[in-house]
Design a protein around this ligand. Structure first.
Ligand SMILES: [Fe+2]
Length: 121
């Protein structure tokens, strides 16, 4: 987080190496995720419809920034992009397994079997 009281904090005396740039982008992504979390908390914490609408819009713009930075990270570090793709493929596999399980036993429910009726005494 920037220290706004320090007017020299933003000054740099050299350019980032590629590895430092990759780390900086990761830090930028974490900042965007933190912003999304905070904006979303503020949306949830107010009943003011105007504030909800505007802050939610800003929150969603931050989500687009995450996408931009992730795309940049994939360009800067193709090996890391391979790891992302590997994780995405694992999730797709798990989703396919779930779909196949549903097809094999259509009466099986997604949850633990609890229904609204089971909560009523
Ligand atoms: Fe942003």
């Amino acid at each position: 987080m920037a220290e706004f009281a320090n007017p020299f904090q933003g000054n740099v005396d050299r350019k980032l190496t590629k590895e430092e740039l990759i780390q900086a982008v990761r830090l930028d992504i974490s900042g965007e995720l933190e912003a999304i979390y905070l904006y979303d908390a503020h949306v949830q914490a107010t009943d003011n419809e105007i504030a909800k609408k505007i802050i939610a819009d800003i929150r969603d713009e931050e989500k687009a920034h995450v996408g931009e930075l992730m795309a940049l990270l994939r360009i800067l570090d193709p090996e890391e992009a391979d790891h992302f793709a590997s994780g995405e493929a694992e999730v797709k596999e798990l989703l396919e397994e779930l779909e196949n399980e549903k097809k094999e036993s259509p009466s099986k429910k997604d949850d633990s079997g609890a229904t609204v009726g089971s909560l009523i005494k």
